[in-house]
Structure formats: C-alpha cells, structure tokens
Design a binder for this molecule. Structure first.
Ligand SMILES: *Cc1c(COP(=O)(O)O)cnc(C)c1O
Length: 399
C-alpha cells in the first residue's frame, strides 16, 4: 500500500470492471450468463432517455429528492469548521439504499425480469428491495440468516407486510454470508426470469459501477446545492461511513477527480482495531477475492474470511467495495477507524446539537470529524446516510 497520493490514478471503472488493481468479476461459471447479460446491457439501459425520465421522476416523487443540504450551525461552532449535512435520512424508508433499489428494479424490468432476489443482513437492504418490488408489482424473495431474522424481527415484519417472501438461511453461521450464498444459488437456478439486487458497491462487475451510478445522485445534488449556498461547487472534505461503500461512493462520485476535495471514509473499529471484534477493513485487511470481486478484506493467514463485528449492522461487513479499495491503495481517500464508543458519542452529540438522531452507521462518519485536523475556513459535507429510529434500542442502552 502506498502512502503518497497518485495524482494520475483514474477512479473510473475500466471496461473489465477494474478500479486500479481491484474489482473484476470472479464468479462461478454457473453465474456467468446472468452477470454477462447485465454487463452487456446496463449502460445502454441506464443511458436511455425513458429510463432516465422514470428514474428521476421516482427519485423526486417517491423517494423525496432532492434531499436537503443542511448547514449544521451548532455542530459547526463546536467543531470549528463549516459543516453541512446531506440529509439521506429523509429518503423514503429512512436511508440512501432506496436510490439504488429504484435504479435496479427499473433495470430488471427492462431486462424482462419478473422476480427479484436479494440478500439482507440487518434487513435494511431487504426492506428497500421489498419496497420497490411492491411499487412495481414484482415478486420479491429475500434471503436472510435465521439468526439475523431473530435479531431484526421488525425488518422481517416490514418485508412481509410489503409482500416479500423472507427465506431463512440456515447453513453455516446463519448470517449475511450464508444468506448471500443461498441468494446466489437461487439466482443460478432461475437465470431467465430473476434479477439479483445487490445492496452496495460490492459484488462482481458491473454491480459496483451500477450501484455507484445510482447513488451518485447524492454528490450531484451536493454540488448544485453547495454552489447555490456558498458560490462554490467543491467542499474541502466529503465524509461518509463505509460498510460496503454505497453511500460513500454516491457522496464521493462527482468529486473523485477533483483533487482539492479530500474524501474521508469512516470504517467500524468495533471494540478497537486490534480487539478481534472489528470491521476496520483497510486497517486490518489484505487483498483477496470477496463476493465476486478483488478487493481488500479481513482474512486469516490462510485466506479464510474473518468474522466482522460492529455495533452498527450496516457496517458489519468483512470487505469494502473495489472503488474504495482503490481510493485507499492510491492514497486518494483518508480512512479512519471509529470504535463503537466513539460512534455512540457522536450520535448522542448530533442529536443534542442539531435535533437529528442519526443511524449508528452515520454516527461513525460524524465521529471522524474529531480525527481530522480542521481549519476554521474549511467546508465539510457529511453524508447523513440514515435515520436513527432503527437503532434506538442500542442507543438507549448507553443513555
Ligand atoms: C446499509 C447502510 C450503510 C452501509 O452501507 P453502504 O453501502 O456502505 O452505504 C450506511 N448507513 C446506513 C444508514 C445504512 O442503512
């Protein structure tokens, strides 16, 4: 890994799906026809004017975009810089994930698919997927580890109320990894009529690029809103939490090739980077293949994926998307590892300072403000990826 910034690096995906030395499509042969159909068609579908019209109309009328860019005055005074919050917590269903599921269901329809399969860990991506399936009248099957189903009962109830079939994954550790395997198997067995909606910028090419494009509405809006409010398009910093990396990819997208904008990513250090209970991928990980792409992941000496841990379900993932692996590797992004305790404190602080209860994932992004050396004239945009209602029981244990 380098510690100098590679100013020549491109952060656009290559036509084989690589960001620098990360990405690609490392998939079993059985999955090839499905992924290849998507790869051959996604750019022309997304580029089509009827797709664009429907996508933007739904973002506006259904999701509630554009989301506000809010000047957080009390937080700014406290941290000694000008801090704006990009309010993805105000999206329908309470987080940024719906930007992607809207885009993918429109792609699925144009590929003639009748059913949607997805995997979910804590249930947030499952809910966002079940929501758009209800909207479009498509059958929805969500695989979820049976242990996760017990831990996240309200989200299971939401998905069922939205008409989805939630299938318990009973193999292995009965969590996200096993749900992913079973959803993949389902897709292999139903290649013709089913589309698989992945929830972050992970998986084989073209998923990371496709998901980043759908989430890039976040940075597109930030630029316009910042220009209106401050007379400049570019902030000094954009800050986001990284689980797989989709809200970060969306918030960074239109700034990737603006070297004056520092890109700051917050990962979950759990109980501490070296505690053995962490999801701080760039701090602990090494290059390898995870879920179909070459990236950085937490693994043992002999290459077994390490079980991650974070207080926030959305950051509890042993890898990061290939774009972020490249941002880290090239020095373009600054990565901070935030502990559970630091995140909780930042979540309580935002609630009291601004009257906004953030998702625990988002609290990691907020906590990284204290690790940055900010100047009084710096303009900082934080991606407020989701609202905190779902995390109330965890917060309340620490009140
Ligand atoms: C799922 C989730 C995340 C993590 O996913 P990314 O793909 O890294 O964005 C972050 N924040 C919230 C609120 C989430 O629901």
């Amino acid at each position: 890994m380098q510690d100098t910034i590679d100013t020549q690096a491109s952060f656009d995906v290559s036509n084989t799906g690589f960001y620098g030395r990360f990405g690609g499509a490392f998939i079993p042969e059985m999955l090839y026809p499905n992924v290849e159909e998507l790869r051959q068609n996604y750019l022309s579908i997304i580029g089509d004017s009827s797709f664009q019209a429907e996508f933007w109309q739904l973002l506006e009328d259904y999701v509630g975009r554009p989301t506000p860019l809010f000047l957080a005055k009390r937080l700014s005074a406290q941290k000694g810089a000008t801090i704006y919050l990009k309010r993805e917590d105000l999206c329908h269903t309470g987080a940024h994930k719906i930007n992607n599921t809207i885009g993918q269901i429109l792609v699925a329809q144009r590929l003639g698919k009748k059913r949607i399969v997805a995997e979910t860990g804590a249930g947030q991506h499952g809910v966002a997927t079940a929501t758009v399936c209800a909207l479009m009248g498509l059958e929805c099957i969500v695989y979820m580890g049976s242990i996760d189903m017990e831990r996240q009962k309200p989200n299971v109830d939401r998905m069922r109320m939205l008409g989805a079939t939630v299938v318990p994954a009973k193999s292995g550790s009965q969590t996200l990894k096993d749900a992913t395997n079973e959803a993949m198997r389902h897709w292999i067995n139903n290649p013709v009529d089913t589309h698989y909606i992945i929830g972050s910028v992970v998986g084989p090419h073209p998923y990371p690029d496709m998901v980043a494009r759908f989430q890039s509405v976040i940075s597109q809006e930030i630029r316009q809103q910042l220009l209106t409010k401050t007379g400049r398009e570019n902030p000094d910093y954009v800050v986001a939490c990284v689980g797989g990396g989709s809200n970060a990819a969306g918030a960074f997208y239109h700034f990737l090739h603006e070297p004056s904008v520092r890109l700051v990513a917050a990962e979950a250090a759990g109980m501490g980077v070296t505690s053995g209970h962490s999801a701080a991928t760039t701090a602990l990980g090494k290059p390898g293949v995870l879920h179909g792409s070459r990236t950085i992941l937490m693994q043992t000496e002999d290459g077994q994926v390490t079980e991650p841990y974070s207080i926030s379900a959305g950051l509890d993932y042993p890898g990061i998307g290939p774009l972020h692996a490249h941002l880290f590797d090239s020095g373009r992004g600054d990565f901070y590892a935030i502990t559970d305790e630091e995140a909780l404190a930042a979540g309580f602080n935002l609630s009291k300072q601004e009257g906004i209860i953030p998702a625990l994932e988002t609290s990691h992004a907020l906590a990284s403000l204290d690790k940055m050396s900010l100047n009084a004239d710096d303009v900082v945009v934080i991606c407020l990826s989701g609202r905190g209602d779902k995390d109330l029981s965890t917060y309340s244990k620490h009140l």
